[in-house]
Design a protein around this ligand. Structure first.
Ligand code: NAD
Ligand code: ZN
Ligand code: ZN
Length: 389
């Protein structure tokens, strides 16, 4: 079959690889009908996450039709059209019972996963996300083996198209969890850092939850304009000012917003600290967005972090966070928990995640898709790849 494979930093290729086969009674084999490129794939593409091997198949946002089901699979059957959550969870362990699916302690054996020399294992296995997270082949492919098929896949009605439901696999639940963590409710204010797909899904969900005021920070004018038009967010271009947090503070009677959402993560751009780290070839992240989120949030407020972090963070003003009595909430998304209610919202037309898609490419064009999404070329916001075309 054809699949998008990793060959090194900024080197991904669509190759012929072996077809996947069922390996466990609870596996299904999926024929992929649509798959997307995620900001999390860009961390891999840019060589920022260890644990990839040459030839690994990437991709964790995908859906398709069940080709074959193992003998212990009861939730779906051959021919069903399903969306797959990027988190692989058993549904039965200590964490799954508490609906903390991203913490599942049975799907990732954690081999080689010693983070920062502490004996901490990462959580659940994920598709196409390095050997730290189980080394499970991803779904930017014609076919993919889906383990734990009694916990992950969700059936979708024929009346809804692939682009309408595909983002149930990751970015929609991720924006939703960020907004729930931020306790967005009618009358509240929220500042979203990053107007990429995750920031935009956060804006959509903040609207859904009745936020009174939404600020959105980025440097890409097109993304900011889209957020303003679609979700009524107030755009703030950080490249045009010294400190976007200051603009947010001034617009909220000098108190700050009830909550901030960091939808950027450890690869935040545009700070002096980043320049110093790059110049001195130092490891770690500038922590620029965390610094701004702490500054922009009112006393007693919440900083919700869906953006991915890894390793050391510089310029993290913990003292300021303490002084303001802030709460921090973060982590990988417990996708399985939110899929059913989000599918209902899509069915009702209350959420239209497909609105953010700018490019439809074939799977064979995936390498160009990565480059375009990485460099934000051609107004690229979100790409859907279609295998077999
Ligand atoms: P993306 O790269 O398309 O978007 C990131 C956006 O942040 C870009 O528009 C960029 O211009 C902007 N940005 C960069 N520096 C900034 C700064 N200093 N201030 C404000 N904006 C800045 O990626 P995405 O798909 O939207 O993903 C965003 C983050 O969410 C990534 O870190 C991704 O790994 C993470 N993510 C987490 C989960 C989860 O389970 N928690 C799931 C999906 C994605
Ligand atoms: Zn993703
Ligand atoms: Zn589990």
């Amino acid at each position: 079959m054809r699949a998008l494979t990793y060959h090194g930093t900024q080197d991904v290729r669509v190759d012929n690889v072996a077809d996947p086969v069922l390996q466990h009674p609870q596996d299904i084999l999926l024929r992929v009908t649509a798959t997307a490129i995620c900001g999390s794939d860009l961390h891999l593409y840019r060589g920022k996450v260890p644990g990839l091997k040459e030839g690994d198949i990437l991709g964790h946002e995908f859906m398709g039709v069940v080709e074959e089901a193992g003998p212990a699979v009861t939730r779906v059957k051959r021919g069903d059209r399903v969306v797959i959550p990027f988190v692989i969870a058993c549904g039965a362990c200590y964490f799954c019972e508490r609906q903390l699916f991203a913490g599942c302690e049975t799907t990732n054996d954690g081999r080689g996963a010693i983070l920062n020399k502490k004996d901490l294992r990462p959580g659940a296995a994920m598709f196409g996300y390095t050997h730290l997270y189980g080394g499970v082949p991803g779904g930017q492919a014609e076919f993919v083996r889906v383990p734990m098929a009694n916990t992950g896949p969700i059936g979708v009605p024929d009346a809804l198209s692939d682009p309408q439901v595909l983002f149930l696999s990751d970015i929609l639940p991720t924006g939703y969890q960020a907004v729930l963590n931020a306790e967005v409710a009618p009358g509240t204010s929220v500042a979203i850092f990053g107007a990429g797909p995750v920031g935009l899904m956060s804006a959509a969900c903040a609207r859904l939850k009745g936020a009174e005021k939404i600020f959105i920070v980025d440097q890409h004018e097109e993304r900011l304009r889209f957020a303003a038009e679609q979700y009524g967010a107030e755009p703030i271009n950080f490249a045009k000012m010294d400190d976007p947090a200051q603009a947010i503070i001034e617009a909220t009677q000098f108190r700050g917003v009830d909550a901030s959402i960091d939808a950027v993560g450890f690869e935040a751009k545009g700070s002096a600290v980043e320049t110093v780290l790059t110049t001195l070839k130092l490891e770690g992240s500038s922590g620029e967005v965390l610094r701004q989120a702490i500054a922009a949030t009112r006393r007693g407020g919440i900083v919700s972090v869906p953006g991915v972090y890894a390793g050391f963070i510089h310029a993290f003003l913990f003292g300021d966070a303490f002084d303001k009595g802030l709460q921090f909430r973060m982590g990988q998304t417990h996708v399985q928990r939110y899929m059913p209610e989000l599918l209902e919202y899509i069915g009702l037309g209350t959420l239209r995640p497909e609105a953010i898609v700018t490019h439809h490419l074939t799977l064979d064009e995936a390498a160009r898709g990565y480059e375009m999404f990485d460099k934000k070329q051609d107004g690229c916001r979100k790409i859907i790849l279609t295998p077999g075309m």
